[in-house]
Design a protein around this ligand. Structure first.
Ligand SMILES: Cc1cc2nc3c(=O)[nH]c(=O)nc-3n(C[C@H](O)[C@H](O)[C@H](O)COP(=O)(O)OP(=O)(O)OC[C@H]3O[C@@H](n4cnc5c(N)ncnc54)[C@H](O)[C@@H]3O)c2cc1C
Length: 364
């Protein structure tokens, strides 16, 4: 890296998705010279724009887990932020449906888990039959604090906050390598606009690179043992005539919250996401999976037919092998501090403002 131009900064954040931007925004009050780099030409082009845009209530995650803590705190902060900034949201609530006795038991454990985690507004509500006669279910658990929001405006608002507070965003700049020297982390970056390479030297490095975060963690921390597992989720758009005012979820499965029906702020309905492990990042929909998809939806909405569903989009969960929770891996080597944000899948949008505070508290 010796012949390349070198720049020194106080703090460098890698990744311009919701996690990197929320962290950078929070850190901007601690550092005068803080940069965020994003390899795409615009912020939030990857997982942060390929999801359900649901504000999760925090009922599924194990008590004491990072997901539980950040989701509950993040939900409150998010609703407050959206209200203050006049960003569109709808606290529409969601129903989780069981279809048999076994699923009803799971529903009950979600209810109990919610209570243990401090979510005390869940109720059983079987009035759905009159509201949505086309749904088939045994029991319905209602979560009134679940909602939907305009996540794009939210992320752009956070990025404006960061820049107003003095932060700098470099778009189209990709981290190629990270080395440690006596001066700090030497981060090799390629400006994709010009193909020029340069080095940024920093004592504080935050890796919030989403699907690429484990790869960067390997460069930052030689002892990294976390391994990624990408789980793809596909969405289909509903073309039928029924309307929903709430979100409808099936009972969750081992890998996902289930193929739910989500309304958007324009009252359209989409179904998804499915969940299957993939080796590479390819956002095309595998249409051969559509019949399985349809079957899952029909388990609670039997009248839906293949022609009611048109292909939508997909997202990929940046999961970690064998670990259900978010991981914030941080450490100090000499005077240098690093933070790797790993496994930051759902409920990552909901948790983002709380994540920013959590990471900021780790950094001196
Ligand atoms: C199918 C699906 C549904 C979801 N639904 C919800 C939901 O309803 N509610 C909710 O709360 N959460 C949901 N989530 C989770 C949420 O979307 C994610 O937790 C969140 O968007 C992750 O943000 P991120 O910033 O960590 O990652 P990303 O958005 O992927 O951002 C990482 C950024 O890092 C950049 N980057 C990577 N490598 C480099 C490099 N070498 N140099 C420079 N930049 C780099 C990428 O270009 C990218 O922009 C869902 C996730 C999925 C997959």
């Amino acid at each position: 890296m010796s012949k390349l131009e070198k720049f020194e900064v106080d703090c460098l954040v890698i990744g311009g998705g919701v996690s990197g931007i929320a962290i950078a925004r929070e850190l901007s009050s601690k550092f005068d010279n803080i940069f965020l780099i994003e390899r795409n030409l615009h912020i939030a082009q990857e997982t942060s724009s390929r999801n359900s845009e649901v504000i999760h209530a925090g009922i599924y995650y194990d008590h004491g887990s990072l997901k539980s803590k950040l989701c509950l705190k993040g939900k409150e902060l998010l609703y407050k932020y959206l209200e203050e900034r006049k960003i569109e949201f709808n606290r529409c609530g969601k129903y989780i449906l069981s279809s048999n006795d076994e699923e009803s038991e799971t529903l009950n454990s979600i209810y109990e888990n919610g209570l243990t985690c401090g979510v005390d507004d869940l109720t059983y509500d079987n009035s759905l039959k009159s509201k949505y006669p086309f749904l088939s279910y045994k029991e319905a658990l209602f979560s009134p604090s679940t909602g939907i929001f305009d996540s794009h405006s939210f992320i752009h608002s956070l990025s404006r906050d960061f820049q107003i507070l003095g932060g700098n965003i470099l778009l189209g700049n990709e981290t190629l390598n990270v080395e440690q020297s006596s001066k700090g982390y030497e981060v090799l970056i390629q400006d994709k606009n010009t193909e020029n390479q340069f080095v940024v030297i920093t004592n504080v490095l935050v890796n919030s690179a989403g699907l690429n975060a484990v790869h960067i963690a390997d460069l930052v921390n030689e002892g990294n043992t976390y391994q990624e597992e990408f789980v793809k989720g596909e969405y289909y758009i509903y073309q039928g005539k029924e309307k929903l005012e709430n979100l409808i979820y099936p009972t969750p499965s081992k890998n996902s919250l289930g193929l739910h029906a989500t309304i958007d702020l324009g009252e359209g309905i989409r179904f998804g996401p499915s969940a299957y492990v993939v080796d590479e990042i390819d956002y095309n929909l595998s249409l051969d999976q559509k019949s399985l998809f349809l079957k899952a939806v029909q388990s609670y909405w039997p009248s839906i037919q293949a022609e009611d569903l048109t292909p939508g989009y997909s997202g990929i969960r940046p999961n970690l092998k064998g670990i259900k929770d978010f991981v914030i891996d941080s450490g100090t080597v000499s005077d240098n501090q690093y933070v790797n944000v790993l496994g930051y899948a759902s409920p990552g949008l909901t948790s983002s403002l709380a994540l920013g505070i959590e990471v900021s508290n780790l950094i001196e």
